[in-house]
Ligand binder design. Sequence first.
Ligand code: PLP
Length: 368
Amino acid sequence: MDIETQLRAALAEREAAGLLRRLRVTETPRPFASNDYLGLARHPRLVAAAQEAAGRYGAGSTASRHVCGNLPVHAALDEALAVFKRREAALAFSSGYAAALGTIPALVGKGDAVLLDKLSHASLIDGARLSGATLRVFPHNHLAALEKLLTTEAARARRILIVTEAVFSMDGDTAPLREIVALKDRFDGKAWLLVDEAHATGVFGPGGRGLAAELGLEGKIEVEMGTLSKALGSSGGFIAGSRLLVDTLVNHARSAIYSTAPNPASCGAALEALALVGEAEGEARRKRLWGAIHRFAAGTSLPAQSPIFPLLCGTEEQALTASARLAEQSLVLPAIRYPTVPRGKARLRVSLTADTPLAEIERLLALL
Ligand SMILES: *Cc1c(COP(=O)(O)O)cnc(C)c1O
């Protein structure tokens, strides 16, 4: 069979299973579908900062950080991220995906082990696979299983990297970070912890500094990952931690070394967002967001854990039907299907933002 026939057959198979994805053009903001939790992506201050950075540094960075692409705006962003996370150093990447893909293989390889929460984001799974380390998956948030894996792997692996998320992207629940830190600390520095705060940055903790900050774990997690693309309204990813960690990434993270430095406009916007989240306006936006979260939780009897609510539908077909019926009422709730979530766990994923109108929340609750 020729390649074209094979590719057509694979897509037809997906379509028959209700799993075909198509890109749709979205022009207006979607109140229940975006990850723009603080409503900053269209904020005039961020837009102006992006324009200003583009005007000053250009539309592109022209080269990787190591060649001539490391502009003042990148140095300022790295520094601002380190200050924001209260760590020695930080490094911004072009995306959260690139941060994961570069960082995990920079820290572990053959002879090492990565212990990964079962519900971890694709970028973390891909980074772990790329590293060549032994990949061990523990059931979601299962501390006893993690402890067992740690004990087994400590006997044979050179290094262990535990990988989890602060807020899980498709379920909206949080990780027991205090307990995981305590477990990891029993292994005398042979086990490090990477926490991806993609959905917690800007949303949790004092000044929006994340879930680790909220739980009093500042400085206790070796590898703090986040994205600039969600609550911070820009695009890019970052890692914060010790100077040694960042020096290691500068030398070994291939997604940073062999890729053009992050876009100046995105960096300018991210810098403005970092300032804004710490100000009274950021506080007010977080307050509005949490008000929306509590209202939606009360209306659905789901726990108010984060801006993300999974409305489980069961089959892929049921999720698509529910999504289509809400779309008729001009409510866009994406149907999340396999392979993003396990088979039989298809869902509508509701994400709330500080700008979601309360009247829209009431309308959605009534329709549900
Ligand atoms: C969105 C997301 C990423 C990727 O971040 P981008 O900046 O969009 O590439 C990584 N991890 C998690 C948990 C995410 O939800």
